[in-house]
Write a protein that binds this ligand. Structure first.
Ligand code: AMP
Ligand code: MN
Ligand code: MN
Ligand code: MN
Length: 279
């Protein structure tokens, strides 16, 4: 029997993906996924529709979320898996975290206006599926529409990131708070795409140490947000720290992500999957 294909990191239009939750489920199934999590940024509003469609299609469903955290002055993403989407602590924590995105969006637009790109707030809103969750990704899609850049990665290189027009620093949740909300909802916190942060080895080690001290025991190893080299690097980190390993495309839109559902390799050997006792 073929091993189960598990994908535990995806976005719908409830955050910065383009497909509705049920359509992401169908797309994942078409890509061969057997067990699937929806992990929208700072939102659990898509979980019920995602679960219903996943079950209809015969996929195991894992309710999830990806929480924006500020750690050592940088944004770090924390995935929560197997969360109860009705838990009041989680629901309230996420609502507080989302708060402030709209004001940030208006500031991003003001900077882009200064850089000669007017009306970006209205332009980004055209791409928003959930008015509570205006993301830099929505600005990126609008800048592509204008022909300023040919893809969203180029937008992030030239705009929206530190030192570039449209970068507005933002204070997200603390690591301890985000872990607390996930735990309160019965979930498992997972450090998302650790290879994507601009930490040196010392800072990265401090993040893993603090996460472990707070009771964390899982990181993403194989993700569409890692390069293939990083799959091996973070498998080694997982073995060294005794962390469980997670896997997911970080899908946002067909053709927009680094890998599609049927292209992501399995976890390397010698790591224990975070889902080892779930299905
Ligand atoms: P926000 O939470 O609004 O700050 O937006 C963060 C989102 O922007 C991430 O979840 C990614 O989807 C996207 N993003 C960040 N950096 C890049 C990049 N270099 N290339 C493409 N997308 C990016
Ligand atoms: Mn995103
Ligand atoms: Mn992320
Ligand atoms: Mn993500």
């Amino acid at each position: 029997m073929l091993p189960m294909k598990v994908d535990l990191h995806c976005h719908s239009n409830v955050s910065d993906g383009v497909l509705a939750p049920a359509a992401v489920a169908a797309y994942a199934r078409k890509g061969g996924v057997d067990a699937w999590a929806l992990t929208d940024h700072d939102e659990i509003g898509g979980i019920k529709a995602a679960r219903a469609k996943a079950e209809e299609l015969g996929m195991r469903f894992v309710p999830g979320v990806e929480i924006s955290v500020t750690w050592a002055g940088e944004t770090v993403h924390l995935v929560g898996l197997q969360v109860d989407e009705d838990n009041a602590t989680l629901v309230q924590g996420l609502a507080a975290t989302r708060n402030g995105r709209d004001a940030r969006g208006r500031e991003i637009a003001a900077q882009l206006d200064q850089a000669g790109i007017p009306n970006a707030y209205e332009g980004a809103l055209k791409y928003v599926g959930n008015p509570d969750l205006l993301s830099r990704t929505h600005f990126a899609r609008y800048l592509c529409e204008l022909g300023k850049c040919s893809n969203t990665s180029e937008v992030f290189r030239r705009y929206l990131t530190e030192g570039k027009p449209g970068y507005v620093p933002h204070r997200w949740a603390t690591l301890a708070d985000a872990m607390g909300w996930i735990r309160a909802a019965g979930g498992v916190p997972v450090i998302a795409h650790p290879g994507r942060y601009r930490f040196d080895a010392t800072a990265e080690g401090a993040l893993f140490d603090e996460f472990k001290q707070l009771g964390g025991n899982a990181i993403e190893v194989v993700t569409g947000s890692h390069t293939p080299d990083q799959y091996a690097t973070y498998a080694e980190v997982a073995r060294r720290y005794g962390f469980l390993a997670s896997r997911g495309t970080d899908f946002h839109a067909p053709g927009e992500s680094r890998v599609e559902f049927d292209q992501l390799p399995p976890l390397p050997s010698g790591v224990t999957p975070v889902w080892h006792d779930w299905f």
